[in-house]
Design a protein around this ligand. Structure first.
Ligand code: ATP
Ligand code: MG
Length: 485
């Protein structure tokens, strides 16, 4: 790592571009203030970049457009990591990109983007955008202004949130409208240099995550940046710089105005990228978790129910740790599992309240499951296919208690059996009373058919316990008119 940073900041490498490039297109002029790191001064190489991302960069360049790798793709390679995906920034409009790639799909209203599809890989291509602080000089008509003439610009909501962000701009403007300095680094395949407008290289060297511009204004403009700050700092082990960190607690309430669909996407990125435990911790400590998981946080903070609430905390921690481990081992994970965990205690509490009011246990559990899940979905839009899985896992917890042969046989073939069993094992970690039940299921799965039969007859007719004999009730003889005699 230190080697990379030494290379990154060798004096020779810091070049200030003062005159326009010899490219005929004027927008390739680098504005004053950008640091250009030449090829021999950084570690971003085409070997680290996906073949498809390179294809997109070359195709755009060949058609006469500017095109840069930007965002996580450049940042992660500079940190010696493998980027999760590759993002491209260009001066071509979405429609021009669409015309250039047969495999292109245009998406987004708030932020119009082109997705270039290569099998399962998606290269996200965004047109250079400007900020909205009035800093753009409107007296000169730039190519970006011409592109804006055809476009429906930016809009903000009553809360100052950007609901539409389609004001095209120059590359420099694009750099300053990005969220963090380390995300505003651009790599070009024209001369393989890295271009830094916002001092991202220095922040990367100091392992700092810093919002570009005034943090309060930037969070107000898009509160999801709060989640991105937390996620990226945990994923990349960067410190959130104090001015960027300071307003988070106070402004977290703005997340209530973000669409539930967007929060669902962000939750997946935060919890299913291998750093769920650290991310949850940070969300919780910074008072952000409650705006996405209100019921969970209320249960965790329910002092009247201690130590039950600390058992719940142990349960959540174990689930997060387990998720991170599975991702590290490249085992599959489903967001349904974590949501089932987060809502387990709220579900138990509501079920109990309903039972106390006289509702039968099973019915109370089913009803409570729907209420708890519906409330969660108002904040974070869990798609039905996942909320159904979570609910199935909950209802299977009931059935895992029933060790009769018929029930066990049907349960073991249930598509959610494995998830429900894993869930039971996790519960047993924080509830000692469940240990023997979890062990029974573990042993049963490991056993051969003969032993399985033995295990079943042992639980159905445990030694020392007499079988209850039921007297067969005489069925009343029915009269012809249907009344019992
Ligand atoms: P990763 O892909 O590793 O999760 P990333 O930073 O690449 O991290 P993306 O969601 O792929 O995240 O976004 C690509 C780039 O788009 C970011 O690096 C950033 O420059 C810009 N960006 C994304 N979201 C925002 C936002 N809410 N506000 C401003 N810029 C953003
Ligand atoms: Mg990315």
């Amino acid at each position: 790592m230190t080697g990379i940073l030494k290379r990154l900041f060798s004096r020779k490498s810091k070049v200030k571009q003062s005159k326009p490039s010899n490219d005929s297109r004027s927008e390739t002029d680098y504005p004053d203030g950008a640091h250009i790191l030449k090829r021999d001064a950084h570690c971003v190489s085409r070997k680290n970049i996906s073949h498809n991302a390179l294809k997109v960069l070359y195709r755009l360049n060949d058609a006469g457009y500017q095109a840069y790798l930007v965002g996580g793709g450049v940042r992660d390679i500079l940190l010696g990591l493998h980027p999760k995906d590759f993002d491209v920034a260009t001066d071509a409009t979405p429609e021009e990109i669409y015309d250039l790639f047969r495999n292109c799909r245009l998406i987004g209203r708030r932020f119009r983007l082109a997705h270039i599809l290569y099998g399962r890989e998606v290269i996200e291509v965004a047109t250079f955008r400007a900020g909205h602080d009035g800093s753009t000089d409107t007296t000169k008509q730039t190519p970006a202004d011409k592109r804006n003439a055809k476009n429906d610009h930016a809009r903000t909501s009553d809360h100052g949130m950007l609901t539409r962000d389609n004001v095209y701009g120059t590359m420099q403007e694009d750099a300053f409208r990005r969220d963090f300095t380390v995300n505003a680094l651009y790599y070009t395949v024209q001369d393989f240099s890295v271009i830094d407008y916002a001092n991202g290289l220095q922040d990367l060297a100091e392992r700092k995550l810093r919002l570009i511009g005034d943090p309060v204004a930037r969070y107000r403009e898009d509160p999801v940046r709060i989640l991105r700050a937390i996620r990226l700092s945990c994923k990349l082990n960067l410190t959130i710089e104090p001015k960027t960190a300071a307003p988070i607690k106070e402004l977290a309430a703005l997340l209530a105005h973000v669409s539930s669909a967007r929060l669902w996407d962000e939750c997946n990125k935060m919890l299913l990228a291998g750093h769920a435990q650290a991310t949850w911790q940070s969300l919780y400590e910074r008072n952000v978790a409650g705006y996405m998981f209100e019921q969970t946080v209320a249960s965790l903070q329910d002092k009247s129910k201690n130590p039950v609430s600390s058992e719940f905390e142990v349960f959540i921690q174990a689930a997060l740790q387990n998720t991170d481990k599975r991702i590290a081992n490249q085992q599959p994970v489903t967001p349904a599992f974590l949501f089932a965990v987060f809502l387990w205690k709220p579900l138990q509490d509501l079920t109990q309240q309903m039972i106390d009011k006289g509702m039968p246990a099973y019915e109370a559990n089913q009803k409570a499951a729907s209420i708890v899940m519906d409330k969660q979905r108002q904040a974070v839009g869990i798609p039905k296919r996942f909320s159904t899985i979570a609910k199935e896992m909950w209802s299977l917890q009931f059935r895992l208690n029933n060790l009769r042969k018929k029930s066990v046989m049907s349960l073991i073939g249930h598509p959610r059996f494995r998830a429900a069993y894993d869930f039971l094992c996790l519960r047993a970690g924080s509830d000692p009373q469940l240990k023997s039940l979890a062990k029974w299921w573990t042993d049963y799965q490991d056993a051969n058919p003969e032993i399985r039969n033995k295990m079943l007859s042992q639980v159905e007719h445990p030694a020392g316990k007499k079988r209850r004999s039921y007297k067969k009730k005489k069925r009343p003889v029915k009269r012809n008119n249907g009344d019992p005699i």
